[in-house]
Design a binder for this molecule. Structure first.
Ligand SMILES: Cc1cc2nc3c(=O)[nH]c(=O)nc-3n(C[C@H](O)[C@H](O)[C@H](O)COP(=O)(O)OP(=O)(O)OC[C@H]3O[C@@H](n4cnc5c(N)ncnc54)[C@H](O)[C@@H]3O)c2cc1C
Length: 404
């Protein structure tokens, strides 16, 4: 009997998986079951080039359908899985069909948080995760003048930048005193905040949305200090949470599917990859869950090797980028609390590299408009290098000299 491997979710991590599974030598049946009715596609352009009309839908697909046919990957798209029964080893789709599996890969990603305020269900309020969300937002933006973005994380900042690029009036509301404060800290977040200010985004920092008003559609966003922001549409980017269908059986889930260093869950033959997975990182010896494109692809590929019988510890350094206006913010490193940020370059321009140090070691780096520093900065993070902070702060010192 041929073994069956079912992949639940057909997004970025699932693509990383199918792109590797046959090359890794797996000869079993592979079935990709995805809730969306489109072939796996790149999500990052949804808030950037797709929203501003510089990229169309066809350009988002990883591969055409022939790629899957050639690899003998069965596609069941537009078919959300409702229940995974780990005891009977079957997945049941919304259409009632059951599919038995020997191996199971969980690649269901994450879903946007909703604003918990009165009026949050009005028309004209958008979140952005899927191509369908992006289609709706792109169409609404075309007809809008005044946009309110709620949330100053990466999605909120990218949507604000895209809407400004399209010439819209943009107001952005964030509870922290700076943009990107959670991911990058106050110092680097301030540098990015100044970029948005200079681009004409009206910033409401340290403010909270308490309600959205309007007769049928969102017309005004109300803040905790009584400020009212008139709007034609609202985009909410206040984080995501990992999602899974109902599970029968004992699967460890704690802010994500908990997996070991090889991405295996506590259930034999069941694996997880991408935004839904919280894995044991063997290099820094703690559990991590990240929401990064590179991780989803690479972790999907690592799971493919494991399913094909060659499990290896997955110890990639997390990496992320974000495009806002003409800036690319490149980040490497571990989401751990740092004690100190060392900056070389100019935060105001901005053109700099910032290092995040913990116990004197380099745990993270952010590079803005300094591409030649990317490789050595990444190597310093990979090595968790212990470096002289004076040398690190001196832009005339070549980073390569600081590598072990
Ligand atoms: C707008 C946007 C911009 C981004 N920009 C960047 C960027 O610039 N840089 C970066 O590093 N990262 C970026 N990311 C993050 C990156 O895209 C994600 O980390 C990545 O998509 C995670 O891959 P995944 O496969 O885990 O989840 P996803 O790609 O979300 O795929 C999960 C799939 O599973 C499906 N699914 C869920 N539940 C079920 C079910 N019950 N049955 C069947 N299918 C199901 C979902 O519909 C979805 O298609 C961005 C994300 C978004 C949304």
């Amino acid at each position: 009997m041929v073994e069956t491997c079912v992949v639940v979710g057909a997004g970025v991590a699932a693509f990383g998986f199918v792109n590797t599974i046959r090359e890794a030598g797996y000869q079993g049946r592979v079935v990709l079951v995805g809730a969306e009715s489109v072939l796996p596609y790149e999500r990052p352009p949804l808030s950037k080039q797709y929203l501003t009309g510089r990229k169309d839908e066809d350009a988002l697909l990883f591969q055409p359908v022939s790629f899957y046919e050639e690899r003998n990957i069965e596609l069941r798209l537009g078919t959300p899985v409702e229940e995974i029964d780990l005891q009977r080893r079957v997945v049941r789709s919304a259409d009632g069909n059951e599919l038995s599996f020997d191996m199971l890969v969980l690649a269901t990603g994450a879903t946007p948080n909703r604003l918990p305020v009165p009026g949050a269900e009005l028309a004209g309020i958008f979140t952005l995760r899927s191509l369908e969300d992006a289609r709706a937002l792109r169409a609404a933006l075309a007809a809008a003048e005044r946009v309110v973005v709620v949330g100053g994380g990466f999605i909120g900042c990218e949507v604000a930048a895209s809407a400004r690029t399209l010439g819209k009036q943009v107001a952005l509301v964030e509870t922290l005193p700076v943009l990107l404060g959670r991911a990058l800290g106050v110092e680097i977040g301030s540098a990015i905040t100044r970029v948005h200010e200079r681009q004409g985004v009206a910033l409401y920092l340290g403010r909270r949305v308490v309600g959205i008003e309007g007769r049928e559609r969102a017309e005004r966003v109300v803040l905790d200090d009584g400020t009212t922001l008139p709007c034609d549409l609202v985009v909410v980017g206040i984080g995501v949470r990992p999602v899974l269908p109902a599970v029968v059986g004992d699967l460890r889930f704690d802010d994500g599917v908990v997996v070991d260093a090889t991405c295996a869950t506590n259930v034999d033959g069941v694996w997880a990859a991408g935004d839904v997975a919280r894995w044991w990182h063997p290099r820094i010896e703690r559990f991590l869950r990240v929401e990064h494109y590179d991780n989803a692809l690479a972790q999907g590929a690592a799971v493919a090797k494991a399913v094909a019988g060659q499990p290896e510890p997955y110890d990639a350094v997390p990496s992320f980028w974000s495009d806002q206006y003409d800036l690319t913010i490149q980040q490497y490193g571990y989401p751990v609390e740092w004690d100190e940020v060392v900056v070389r370059g100019d935060l105001d321009e901005p053109a700099f590299t910032a290092f995040y140090l913990k116990d004197g070691r380099v745990y993270g780096a952010v590079i803005v408009r300094w591409p030649r520093e990317m490789r050595p900065a990444r190597r310093l993070v990979e090595q968790l290098a212990q470096v002289d902070r004076t040398l690190l702060a001196d832009p005339s010192v070549d980073l390569r000299q600081l590598l072990a």
